[in-house]
Each structure stands twice: as structure tokens, then as C-alpha cells.
Design a protein around this ligand. Structure first.
Ligand code: M6R
Length: 362
């Protein structure tokens, strides 16, 4: 059932191009985004004034990127919260609030409870979910399924990238309903996301380099992951993947926050994984990298073919794509780094200690 792969996680990493195609299937026709299971009228959608995204773990990282998408394309203010935090605070909710729980399993206790509270307060709820007919899917007014197929490895991989694709679709959909995006914009943006599976294949074909990297880096005790803007949550995700399957301590930070504390950690032992792909904040990221290099930190860069960094100990090259879509491509190096280090160390990749695939306890 692992299809010849050593672990489910590896199989699921390789399934991502197919999974993204399935998430996109049937969602676009001639400049219009079609989300038939949303079950909200145009009137309901026009009334939305605020959006609240709520999730845990990797799904929370996807939601953070979803906020950037929705604010950019639909200009609706979005808040993102960890379900276990959101639950125990007073909620500002009324019928103009749209609540969007994001969950692979659809069974995460805190996310489900947050959803129920919000519904009771009168919010409309649309979930982004992978498991059909799961509790979260059933409790929501509408649903946008990610269609990633069953995810067995505890570490989320294809569920994450398909959540990003779904959030991108939701943002385009809302952008169109609110009149911010025209049919021609939708066509162009849908074409860009449709091209991603092929670009993801290119990253997948680079896997042997990560095996070699693991041989050289598995002994380090701590890693720092940095990124900005759409790729800040990718830094958080890279750190989470490494922690959960290889048991190496890692922290993810917004690169611009480094000077407010974590820079004190940097020395010649410290691997710093930086997302430095094309972006409006590329120059800013480069100056953060220079700060790391000036302190002899070991820079491991995720870069595009024309922008490799000469001072980095490793450049993992990925194809250049639209900045907004770059997290879907940049997630793969993060997955490979964690996977190969964990595998090299002989860790139980698919069933890391102390973790369960779906967290049904509060
Ligand atoms: O099923 P969910 O998406 O609601 O699960 C949320 C988290 O438990 C999950 O993403 C967890 O953080 C993963 N193990 C991360 O790889």
C-alpha cells in the first residue's frame, strides 16, 4: 500500500502534483471559480465583512497563508487563530462573520469545538477539509474539500499543499463575488495554479540532494527556519516538520523578527534554512541572510535558478512561480529536509513518538 515507497510520508510527498490537480478539478470555467459545495447565496457572500480562520498545527500554517490570499484578492479583513486559543476567548461574531475551519482530518477536537461555538453565535461556517463526511464537514454550512486522498503519515504533506490550493480558490472566489477580480484576472490566476503540479515535479526530481544533505546535517541540535510574507508560514511549517519527525529542535521565524531576539542564537553551529525565492520582499530577505552570514551561521537557502546565494552552504533550487503560489513549491524542500534527516536517524517517520494522526483530545 506504500506503492514501493519506504514510508507513507514519502509516498504522500510524491502524490502532491496529483493531489493539487484533484483539488482544482471542476473548479474553473471560463473566468469563473465554481465552488458548488459552499452553499452560500450571493447575498450571504456579499454580506461578509470579516473572516475568521481557525485551525491547529500544519492546518494553522495553511490558514495563515490563506489570510494573505483573502486579504489580497477579496480585500476582506481576516483573522487567523489557533483553535485551542480561539475557543477560550470572547468571540466577536455576528451574521456578517464568515468562519472557516481548516482541517485535514475533520475530527480535531479544538477545531470542531471552535466551529460549534461560532455557529451558535450566528456565524456562517465554510470548512476546508480533506475527509469527506467528517465531523467538521458535517457541522459546517458549506465545505470545500481538498481531495488529497487519504493521508496516513502523521506529518501532514499533501493535505497542507492542497489546503493552500483550496484557500487560493476560496480567495479568488470571494474576490470575484466582491467585484475585486474580473474574469480575465481569474483566468490568469487559475492558469498559474494549474501549472504548479508540473513545477512541483521538478522539485521532487531533486530528492537525491536532500539525502546527501541529511548525511551532513543530521547531527545538529537546533535549526532556525526563516521566511517572509507568504513564506513566513512556510518557515513555521519547516520547523514543525523537522521537530515532529526527527526530534531535532527547530524554530520558525519571520525573517524580519530575527533582529528582535533569535539573532543571538546564531553561531557557526547553527543551520539557518531561509526561503529566498522571488518576492516583493526578496531584497529584505537577502539583508537578513547577510546578517546570518556575518555571524558565521550556516545558511541553507531555498532559491530560484537565477538567484543562488554564493555564501550559502546549500542552495536548494526550485522553479520560479508567482510569489503567492511559491509556498506550494517551497513546502516540498521543507518536507524533504525533515523526511531525510528523520530517515537517516532511523526515526519512525510515519508514526512519530507521542503523536496521533488526528487529535481528538482537547
Ligand atoms: O486534521 P487536522 O488538519 O485538523 O490536524 C491538525 C494538526 O493536528 C496537524 O496538522 C498536525 O500538526 C500534523 N501532525 C502536522 O504535520
Amino acid at each position: 500500500e506504500k506503492g514501493g515507497y519506504k514510508h507513507f510520508m514519502l509516498k504522500e510527498i510524491y502524490e502532491q502534483p496529483r493531489a493539487i490537480r484533484d483539488t482544482l478539478m471542476g473548479k474553473h470555467d471560463d473566468g469563473e471559480i465554481l465552488l458548488s459545495d459552499i452553499h452560500l447565496s450571493d447575498g450571504d457572500l456579499a454580506a461578509v465583512e470579516r473572516i475568521q480562520l481557525v485551525a491547529c498545527g500544519t492546518s494553522w500554517h495553511a490558514a495563515m497563508i490563506g489570510k494573505y490570499y483573502i486579504e489580497k484578492y477579496a480585500a476582506i479583513p481576516v483573522e487567523v487563530d489557533i483553535a485551542s486559543e480561539y475557543r477560550y476567548r470572547p468571540k466577536i461574531i455576528n451574521p456578517t462573520t464568515l468562519v472557516v475551519p481548516v482541517s485535514q482530518s475533520g475530527e480535531t477536537a479544538d477545531t470542531l469545538a471552535a466551529l460549534k461555538d461560532a455557529k451558535q453565535l450566528g456565524a456562517k461556517v465554510i470548512c476546508i477539509c480533506n475527509v469527506v463526511d467528517s465531523s467538521i464537514a458535517r457541522e459546517s454550512h458549506g465545505v470545500l474539500y481538498t481531495n488529497a486522498g487519504p493521508e496516513i503519515g502523521v506529518a501532514s504533506t499533501k493535505a497542507f499543499t492542497t489546503q493552500l490550493a483550496a484557500l487560493y480558490l476560496l480567495a479568488l472566489f470571494l474576490g470575484q463575488k466582491c467585484g475585486h477580480l474580473k474574469a480575465k484576472d481569474i483566468k490568469r490566476k487559475f492558469k498559474a495554479i494549474e501549472a504548479l503540479p508540473e513545477q512541483m515535479e521538478q522539485v521532487l526530481s531533486d530528492e537525491p540532494r536532500y539525502t546527501e544533505f541529511a548525511r551532513n546535517f543530521h547531527n545538529h541540535q537546533d535549526f532556525l527556519f526563516l521566511g517572509r510574507s507568504y513564506n513566513f508560514p512556510i518557515a513555521l511549517e519547516g520547523a514543525l516538520k523537522l521537530k515532529e519527525i526527527s526530534y531535532i529542535h527547530a524554530e520558525g521565524y519571520a525573517a524580519g523578527e530575527m533582529k528582535h531576539g533569535p539573532i543571538a542564537l546564531i553561531d557557526k553551529e547553527m543551520p539557518v534554512v531561509v526561503v529566498a525565492t522571488a518576492s516583493e520582499v526578496y531584497e529584505k530577505t537577502i539583508s537578513n541572510i547577510e546578517e546570518v552570514m556575518a555571524r558565521n551561521g550556516l545558511v541553507i537557502a531555498i532559491t530560484n535558478p537565477d538567484n543562488q546565494l554564493s555564501g550559502a552552504v546549500e542552495n536548494f533550487v526550485v522553479p520560479e512561480v508567482d510569489e503567492e503560489l511559491s509556498p506550494l513549491v517551497n513546502a516540498i524542500p521543507m518536507q524533504f529536509l525533515a523526511y531525510h534527516i528523520a530517515d537517516y536517524k532511523g526515526c519512525d517517520v510515519d508514526q512519530p513518538r507521542n503523536l496521533a494522526k488526528s487529535v481528538t483530545v482537547e
